[in-house]
Design a protein around this ligand. Structure first.
Ligand code: CUA
Length: 343
Protein backbone atom coordinates (compact mmCIF):
# COMPACT_ATOMS: atom_id res chain seq x y z
CA UNK A 1 0.00 0.00 0.00
CA UNK A 2 1.33 3.40 -0.87
CA UNK A 3 1.63 6.12 1.68
CA UNK A 4 -0.86 8.34 -0.09
CA UNK A 5 -3.68 5.79 0.33
CA UNK A 6 -3.37 5.09 4.07
CA UNK A 7 -5.22 8.20 5.20
CA UNK A 8 -8.34 7.54 3.11
CA UNK A 9 -8.37 3.87 4.13
CA UNK A 10 -8.21 4.66 7.83
CA UNK A 11 -10.83 7.35 7.33
CA UNK A 12 -13.11 4.92 5.50
CA UNK A 13 -12.72 2.34 8.29
CA UNK A 14 -13.64 4.94 10.90
CA UNK A 15 -16.60 6.09 8.85
CA UNK A 16 -17.79 2.49 8.43
CA UNK A 17 -17.50 1.83 12.19
CA UNK A 18 -19.34 5.04 13.01
CA UNK A 19 -22.16 4.44 10.53
CA UNK A 20 -22.52 0.83 11.70
CA UNK A 21 -22.86 2.02 15.28
CA UNK A 22 -25.29 4.73 14.22
CA UNK A 23 -27.32 2.24 12.20
CA UNK A 24 -27.50 -0.12 15.18
CA UNK A 25 -28.50 2.69 17.46
CA UNK A 26 -31.29 4.40 15.59
CA UNK A 27 -34.59 3.59 13.96
CA UNK A 28 -34.35 -0.14 14.61
CA UNK A 29 -37.43 -1.85 16.03
CA UNK A 30 -35.22 -3.75 18.44
CA UNK A 31 -32.60 -1.18 19.38
CA UNK A 32 -31.38 -1.12 22.97
CA UNK A 33 -30.33 2.47 22.33
CA UNK A 34 -33.87 3.64 21.62
CA UNK A 35 -35.53 3.08 24.97
CA UNK A 36 -39.30 3.36 25.27
CA UNK A 37 -39.66 2.75 29.00
CA UNK A 38 -37.89 3.26 32.35
CA UNK A 39 -36.17 -0.15 32.57
CA UNK A 40 -34.73 0.07 29.06
CA UNK A 41 -33.76 3.69 29.68
CA UNK A 42 -31.52 2.67 32.57
CA UNK A 43 -29.75 0.28 30.20
CA UNK A 44 -29.60 2.92 27.48
CA UNK A 45 -27.96 5.34 29.92
CA UNK A 46 -25.36 2.67 30.49
CA UNK A 47 -25.05 1.71 26.83
CA UNK A 48 -24.42 5.13 25.28
CA UNK A 49 -21.32 6.08 27.34
CA UNK A 50 -19.87 2.60 26.79
CA UNK A 51 -20.52 2.80 23.03
CA UNK A 52 -19.07 6.31 22.74
CA UNK A 53 -16.08 5.28 24.89
CA UNK A 54 -15.52 2.27 22.66
CA UNK A 55 -15.67 4.39 19.49
CA UNK A 56 -13.30 7.03 20.86
CA UNK A 57 -10.87 4.35 22.05
CA UNK A 58 -11.03 2.65 18.66
CA UNK A 59 -10.40 5.94 16.87
CA UNK A 60 -7.38 6.69 19.07
CA UNK A 61 -6.01 3.17 18.56
CA UNK A 62 -6.40 3.44 14.78
CA UNK A 63 -4.70 6.84 14.77
CA UNK A 64 -1.80 5.42 16.79
CA UNK A 65 -1.52 2.45 14.44
CA UNK A 66 -1.48 4.71 11.40
CA UNK A 67 1.07 6.94 13.09
CA UNK A 68 3.32 3.96 13.86
CA UNK A 69 2.94 2.61 10.33
CA UNK A 70 3.97 5.92 8.82
CA UNK A 71 6.68 6.76 11.33
CA UNK A 72 9.56 4.90 9.76
CA UNK A 73 9.63 4.10 6.12
CA UNK A 74 12.29 3.11 3.67
CA UNK A 75 14.30 -0.02 3.13
CA UNK A 76 15.44 -2.32 5.93
CA UNK A 77 18.97 -1.01 5.68
CA UNK A 78 17.83 2.56 6.20
CA UNK A 79 16.02 1.77 9.43
CA UNK A 80 17.41 3.16 12.59
CA UNK A 81 18.08 0.50 15.22
CA UNK A 82 14.92 -0.37 17.15
CA UNK A 83 14.80 1.41 20.46
CA UNK A 84 14.26 -1.22 23.09
CA UNK A 85 14.13 1.20 26.00
CA UNK A 86 11.79 4.02 26.75
CA UNK A 87 8.06 4.14 26.32
CA UNK A 88 7.45 3.24 29.96
CA UNK A 89 5.15 6.19 30.41
CA UNK A 90 3.11 5.13 27.37
CA UNK A 91 2.60 1.72 28.95
CA UNK A 92 1.72 3.07 32.37
CA UNK A 93 -0.71 5.69 31.17
CA UNK A 94 -2.13 4.13 27.99
CA UNK A 95 -1.86 0.49 28.96
CA UNK A 96 -2.71 0.60 32.65
CA UNK A 97 -4.10 3.84 34.04
CA UNK A 98 -6.61 4.72 31.30
CA UNK A 99 -7.97 1.16 30.88
CA UNK A 100 -8.19 0.75 34.68
CA UNK A 101 -10.20 3.96 35.02
CA UNK A 102 -12.42 3.09 32.04
CA UNK A 103 -13.11 -0.47 33.19
CA UNK A 104 -13.69 0.59 36.81
CA UNK A 105 -16.21 3.19 35.67
CA UNK A 106 -18.03 0.69 33.46
CA UNK A 107 -17.99 -1.90 36.26
CA UNK A 108 -19.42 0.33 38.96
CA UNK A 109 -21.97 1.86 36.58
CA UNK A 110 -23.10 -1.66 35.62
CA UNK A 111 -23.36 -2.85 39.23
CA UNK A 112 -25.28 0.29 40.16
CA UNK A 113 -27.67 -0.16 37.22
CA UNK A 114 -28.23 -3.83 38.06
CA UNK A 115 -29.20 -2.80 41.58
CA UNK A 116 -31.98 -0.56 40.26
CA UNK A 117 -33.94 -3.48 38.77
CA UNK A 118 -36.62 -4.85 41.11
CA UNK A 119 -36.11 -8.42 39.93
CA UNK A 120 -37.75 -10.94 42.20
CA UNK A 121 -37.09 -8.94 45.35
CA UNK A 122 -40.03 -8.43 47.71
CA UNK A 123 -42.74 -8.67 45.10
CA UNK A 124 -45.63 -6.33 45.82
CA UNK A 125 -48.46 -8.75 45.26
CA UNK A 126 -48.93 -11.21 42.42
CA UNK A 127 -47.67 -10.29 38.96
CA UNK A 128 -50.35 -9.26 36.48
CA UNK A 129 -48.93 -11.37 33.67
CA UNK A 130 -47.16 -14.69 33.63
CA UNK A 131 -45.20 -15.59 30.51
CA UNK A 132 -44.32 -19.24 29.97
CA UNK A 133 -41.63 -20.06 27.42
CA UNK A 134 -42.46 -23.02 25.19
CA UNK A 135 -40.59 -24.49 22.25
CA UNK A 136 -41.08 -22.17 20.29
CA UNK A 137 -43.73 -19.73 21.30
CA UNK A 138 -44.89 -17.74 24.32
CA UNK A 139 -47.84 -18.64 26.50
CA UNK A 140 -49.20 -15.55 28.21
CA UNK A 141 -51.42 -15.79 31.30
CA UNK A 142 -53.38 -12.73 32.37
CA UNK A 143 -54.06 -12.63 36.09
CA UNK A 144 -55.71 -9.26 36.32
CA UNK A 145 -59.02 -9.43 38.16
CA UNK A 146 -60.74 -12.40 39.78
CA UNK A 147 -60.21 -16.11 39.13
CA UNK A 148 -62.99 -16.24 36.56
CA UNK A 149 -61.53 -13.28 34.68
CA UNK A 150 -58.21 -14.93 33.95
CA UNK A 151 -57.36 -16.02 30.46
CA UNK A 152 -54.49 -17.30 28.36
CA UNK A 153 -53.23 -15.96 25.08
CA UNK A 154 -50.02 -16.27 23.07
CA UNK A 155 -47.15 -14.30 21.56
CA UNK A 156 -48.81 -10.87 21.71
CA UNK A 157 -48.67 -9.22 25.10
CA UNK A 158 -50.94 -6.23 25.62
CA UNK A 159 -50.09 -3.78 28.38
CA UNK A 160 -51.50 -0.37 29.33
CA UNK A 161 -49.13 2.43 28.26
CA UNK A 162 -47.58 4.51 31.01
CA UNK A 163 -48.17 1.96 33.76
CA UNK A 164 -45.73 -0.50 35.31
CA UNK A 165 -46.69 -4.13 34.74
CA UNK A 166 -45.09 -6.98 36.65
CA UNK A 167 -44.34 -10.03 34.56
CA UNK A 168 -43.41 -13.46 35.87
CA UNK A 169 -41.23 -15.56 33.61
CA UNK A 170 -40.96 -19.33 33.63
CA UNK A 171 -40.35 -22.16 31.18
CA UNK A 172 -42.13 -25.38 30.43
CA UNK A 173 -39.20 -27.05 28.65
CA UNK A 174 -35.74 -25.55 28.13
CA UNK A 175 -34.16 -22.21 29.00
CA UNK A 176 -35.46 -19.28 26.97
CA UNK A 177 -34.80 -15.58 27.33
CA UNK A 178 -37.40 -12.82 27.28
CA UNK A 179 -36.11 -9.77 25.47
CA UNK A 180 -37.97 -6.64 24.37
CA UNK A 181 -34.97 -4.38 23.74
CA UNK A 182 -36.91 -1.12 23.82
CA UNK A 183 -38.58 -1.99 27.13
CA UNK A 184 -36.30 -4.26 29.15
CA UNK A 185 -33.03 -6.17 29.13
CA UNK A 186 -32.80 -9.93 28.61
CA UNK A 187 -34.11 -12.12 31.41
CA UNK A 188 -34.00 -15.90 31.29
CA UNK A 189 -37.01 -18.21 31.59
CA UNK A 190 -35.79 -21.21 33.50
CA UNK A 191 -37.63 -24.48 34.16
CA UNK A 192 -38.50 -24.72 37.86
CA UNK A 193 -37.70 -21.08 38.59
CA UNK A 194 -39.86 -17.99 38.36
CA UNK A 195 -38.16 -14.72 37.44
CA UNK A 196 -39.93 -11.45 37.78
CA UNK A 197 -39.50 -8.21 35.87
CA UNK A 198 -41.33 -4.91 35.65
CA UNK A 199 -41.96 -3.51 32.19
CA UNK A 200 -43.46 -0.20 31.26
CA UNK A 201 -43.98 1.44 27.89
CA UNK A 202 -44.18 5.21 28.10
CA UNK A 203 -46.31 5.55 24.98
CA UNK A 204 -48.76 3.37 23.06
CA UNK A 205 -47.04 1.38 20.36
CA UNK A 206 -45.80 -2.04 19.31
CA UNK A 207 -42.50 -3.22 20.70
CA UNK A 208 -40.81 -6.22 19.13
CA UNK A 209 -39.38 -8.96 21.24
CA UNK A 210 -37.55 -12.21 20.67
CA UNK A 211 -36.15 -15.17 22.51
CA UNK A 212 -32.53 -14.33 23.28
CA UNK A 213 -31.26 -17.72 24.40
CA UNK A 214 -30.65 -20.55 21.95
CA UNK A 215 -33.41 -23.04 22.71
CA UNK A 216 -33.49 -25.40 19.73
CA UNK A 217 -33.76 -25.37 15.95
CA UNK A 218 -36.61 -22.83 15.82
CA UNK A 219 -35.12 -20.39 18.34
CA UNK A 220 -35.02 -17.73 15.63
CA UNK A 221 -38.78 -18.11 15.09
CA UNK A 222 -39.61 -17.60 18.75
CA UNK A 223 -40.65 -13.99 18.61
CA UNK A 224 -43.31 -11.91 20.28
CA UNK A 225 -44.58 -8.37 20.50
CA UNK A 226 -45.56 -6.17 23.40
CA UNK A 227 -48.45 -3.94 22.38
CA UNK A 228 -48.90 -0.93 24.62
CA UNK A 229 -52.48 0.36 24.42
CA UNK A 230 -53.98 3.50 25.84
CA UNK A 231 -55.58 2.61 29.21
CA UNK A 232 -59.09 2.68 27.64
CA UNK A 233 -58.03 0.47 24.72
CA UNK A 234 -56.35 -1.90 27.14
CA UNK A 235 -59.47 -2.19 29.25
CA UNK A 236 -61.54 -2.91 26.14
CA UNK A 237 -59.02 -5.50 24.98
CA UNK A 238 -59.01 -7.15 28.40
CA UNK A 239 -62.79 -7.36 28.53
CA UNK A 240 -62.93 -8.80 25.03
CA UNK A 241 -60.29 -11.44 25.75
CA UNK A 242 -62.20 -12.58 28.83
CA UNK A 243 -65.17 -13.50 26.65
CA UNK A 244 -65.43 -17.03 25.28
CA UNK A 245 -64.94 -17.51 21.54
CA UNK A 246 -67.64 -15.93 19.39
CA UNK A 247 -70.22 -18.29 17.95
CA UNK A 248 -69.57 -19.27 14.30
CA UNK A 249 -71.16 -16.66 12.05
CA UNK A 250 -71.56 -18.76 8.91
CA UNK A 251 -72.38 -22.35 7.99
CA UNK A 252 -68.77 -22.85 6.84
CA UNK A 253 -67.44 -21.60 10.19
CA UNK A 254 -69.82 -23.93 12.04
CA UNK A 255 -68.65 -26.88 9.94
CA UNK A 256 -65.08 -25.78 10.64
CA UNK A 257 -65.71 -25.67 14.36
CA UNK A 258 -67.11 -29.22 14.35
CA UNK A 259 -64.14 -30.46 12.32
CA UNK A 260 -61.77 -28.68 14.69
CA UNK A 261 -63.42 -30.21 17.76
CA UNK A 262 -63.40 -33.68 16.25
CA UNK A 263 -59.84 -33.60 14.92
CA UNK A 264 -56.44 -33.68 16.55
CA UNK A 265 -56.66 -29.86 16.85
CA UNK A 266 -58.78 -30.08 20.00
CA UNK A 267 -56.31 -32.27 21.85
CA UNK A 268 -53.62 -29.58 21.59
CA UNK A 269 -55.49 -26.27 21.49
CA UNK A 270 -58.05 -24.56 23.67
CA UNK A 271 -60.89 -22.51 22.23
CA UNK A 272 -62.94 -21.39 25.22
CA UNK A 273 -66.64 -22.03 24.67
CA UNK A 274 -66.00 -25.13 22.54
CA UNK A 275 -64.96 -28.72 23.23
CA UNK A 276 -61.34 -27.90 22.39
CA UNK A 277 -59.43 -27.91 25.68
CA UNK A 278 -55.87 -28.94 24.84
CA UNK A 279 -52.92 -27.14 26.42
CA UNK A 280 -50.05 -28.36 24.25
CA UNK A 281 -50.32 -25.51 21.76
CA UNK A 282 -51.44 -21.89 21.97
CA UNK A 283 -54.92 -20.94 23.21
CA UNK A 284 -56.83 -19.96 20.06
CA UNK A 285 -59.94 -18.46 21.69
CA UNK A 286 -59.29 -15.03 20.16
CA UNK A 287 -56.79 -16.03 17.48
CA UNK A 288 -58.21 -13.57 14.96
CA UNK A 289 -57.51 -10.67 17.33
CA UNK A 290 -53.81 -11.44 16.97
CA UNK A 291 -51.71 -10.27 14.04
CA UNK A 292 -49.37 -13.23 13.92
CA UNK A 293 -49.12 -16.96 14.41
CA UNK A 294 -46.31 -19.47 14.97
CA UNK A 295 -44.33 -17.59 17.61
CA UNK A 296 -45.06 -14.26 15.90
CA UNK A 297 -42.99 -15.48 12.96
CA UNK A 298 -45.83 -15.48 10.39
CA UNK A 299 -48.53 -12.94 9.63
CA UNK A 300 -51.98 -14.30 10.36
CA UNK A 301 -54.13 -14.37 7.24
CA UNK A 302 -56.24 -16.92 5.38
CA UNK A 303 -53.44 -18.12 3.09
CA UNK A 304 -50.94 -18.52 5.92
CA UNK A 305 -53.46 -20.36 8.10
CA UNK A 306 -54.17 -22.79 5.25
CA UNK A 307 -50.47 -23.42 4.81
CA UNK A 308 -49.86 -23.65 8.56
CA UNK A 309 -52.61 -26.17 9.31
CA UNK A 310 -51.72 -28.44 6.39
CA UNK A 311 -47.97 -27.92 6.29
CA UNK A 312 -46.63 -26.47 9.53
CA UNK A 313 -43.52 -28.63 9.32
CA UNK A 314 -42.40 -26.99 6.11
CA UNK A 315 -42.89 -23.53 7.61
CA UNK A 316 -41.38 -24.27 11.02
CA UNK A 317 -39.57 -27.63 10.95
CA UNK A 318 -39.43 -29.31 14.32
CA UNK A 319 -42.33 -27.35 15.82
CA UNK A 320 -44.85 -29.45 17.76
CA UNK A 321 -47.59 -28.45 15.33
CA UNK A 322 -47.89 -31.44 12.97
CA UNK A 323 -48.97 -31.35 9.34
CA UNK A 324 -52.72 -31.90 9.65
CA UNK A 325 -53.54 -33.85 6.52
CA UNK A 326 -56.86 -35.40 7.54
CA UNK A 327 -59.04 -32.66 6.08
CA UNK A 328 -60.29 -33.35 2.58
CA UNK A 329 -62.12 -31.31 -0.04
CA UNK A 330 -63.42 -28.07 1.42
CA UNK A 331 -62.79 -29.13 5.02
CA UNK A 332 -59.51 -27.30 5.38
CA UNK A 333 -61.19 -24.13 4.10
CA UNK A 334 -63.97 -24.57 6.68
CA UNK A 335 -61.49 -24.97 9.51
CA UNK A 336 -59.64 -21.85 8.43
CA UNK A 337 -62.95 -19.96 8.18
CA UNK A 338 -63.69 -21.02 11.75
CA UNK A 339 -60.23 -19.89 12.91
CA UNK A 340 -60.48 -16.57 11.10
CA UNK A 341 -63.80 -15.98 12.86
CA UNK A 342 -62.23 -16.22 16.32
CA UNK A 343 -62.06 -12.46 16.75
CU1 CUA B 1 -36.65 -19.79 23.14
CU2 CUA B 1 -34.62 -19.27 22.04
Amino acid sequence: MTRARRGPVAGAALLAAASLAWGCATSQPRSVLDAAGPAARRLENLGWPVLVGFLVTSAVMWLLLVWVARRRTGSLAEHAPIEARGGGRWLLVGGLAIPAIAFAEAYFATVYTMGTFPMGHEPEGPAQIRVVGRQWWWEVHYRIGGLTERFVTANEIHVPAGRPIDVELESRDVIHSFWVPRLHGKVDLIPGLVNRIRIQADRPGTYEGACAEFCGPQHARMRFVVIADSPEDFRRWLEHQREPAPAPATAAALRGRRLFEGAACATCHTVRGTDAKGTVGPDLTHLASRRTIAGASLTRDVATLHAWVANAQSLKPGARMPNVTQFTGGELGDVVTFLEGLE
